[in-house]
Design a protein around this ligand. Structure first.
Ligand SMILES: C[S@@+](CC[C@H](N)C(=O)[O-])C[C@H]1O[C@@H](n2cnc3c(N)ncnc32)[C@H](O)[C@@H]1O
Length: 245
């Protein structure tokens, strides 16, 4: 599987986990009244394709990676995808009445610049909705000897240029850049049974992010043992935010 297809697969899984939260936010901002919708960091098009089944609005996605834009265009020809950066949107001001993001903010080097640019292209009264942002800093692995998994993930994300704690700062940043803001957090805990079902996917994700090595393999073996002893629990909080212009 090439890298773009692997990522598409991963984005579909993430979107399945966060679907209930997303649907409640669509209701909150009255999705069906929106006429022009933009996604920042649209990846392979998973979120916009879901939106295309729920609204007749014009849908547009901007994505920095041309390979992902090409994949999105090939899969969802009815949706407008462009290669562009969120720091410099190729749209005039007041173009959209809804802007959405999903697993996006942690990758921003200058989130305030992106928020300011999003506010520029948003109509007055329009909404910027962070549908879901993973809060890796708040991740809890139990029993405590598995805490090393969180540390490895945090280290790997930071090395790749991400800010794994950005989810917790987004509400303040939105307010600072002029939005009226409302935000919340969901715990997202798996007991050993649920974790066992997700075990292979979870380690595929950890491997993709952190690579391989003795420390990782040792943690995986401890993790397997904790599941077998029915002691395993994992909480991965996610945060949402709605900003109104
Ligand atoms: C984790 S993926 C999520 C994709 C999609 N939102 C989803 O949930 O399926 C984040 C995407 O945002 C893109 N991205 C990150 N920062 C960006 C920026 N400043 N401008 C445009 N795209 C960006 C990345 O290239 C990546 O494809």
């Amino acid at each position: 599987m090439n890298s773009a297809l692997y990522l598409h697969n991963q984005y579909q899984k993430q979107a399945a986990w966060t679907k209930a939260l997303r649907l409640s936010l669509y209701r909150k901002v009255h999705l069906t009244r929106k006429k022009n919708i933009l996604e920042l960091g649209s990846g392979s098009g998973v979120i916009l394709s879901e939106l295309s089944e729920r609204t007749d609005a014009r849908l547009c996605g901007i994505e920095a990676d041309p390979q992902m834009t090409a994949l999105a265009k090939a899969q969802y020809p009815g949706i407008e995808f462009r290669t562009a950066r969120a720091e410099k949107l190729p749209f005039p001001e007041n173009s959209f009445d809804l802007i959405v993001t999903h697993y996006f903010w942690l990758w921003q080097k200058d989130p305030e610049a992106v928020l300011t640019e999003a506010r520029r292209v948003l109509k007055k009264g329009g909404h910027l909705v962070s549908l879901c942002e993973p809060d890796y800093v708040g991740r809890i692995d139990e029993p405590p000897e598995l805490g090393g998994i969180r540390d490895l993930i945090l280290g790997a994300l930071a090395k790749q240029g991400a800010d794994p704690g950005l989810a917790g700062k987004l509400e303040t940043l939105m307010t600072k850049t002029g939005f009226r803001t409302e935000a919340g957090r969901q715990e997202g805990c798996w007991d050993w049974r649920e974790y066992q079902k997700q075990f292979d996917r979870e380690w595929e994700f950890i491997g993709h992010l952190c690579g391989s090595g003795k420390r990782l393999e040792a943690l995986k073996q401890k993790d397997l043992q904790a599941v077998a002893e029915k002691k395993r629990r994992m909480c991965m909080p996610v945060r949402w935010a709605v900003g109104t212009k």
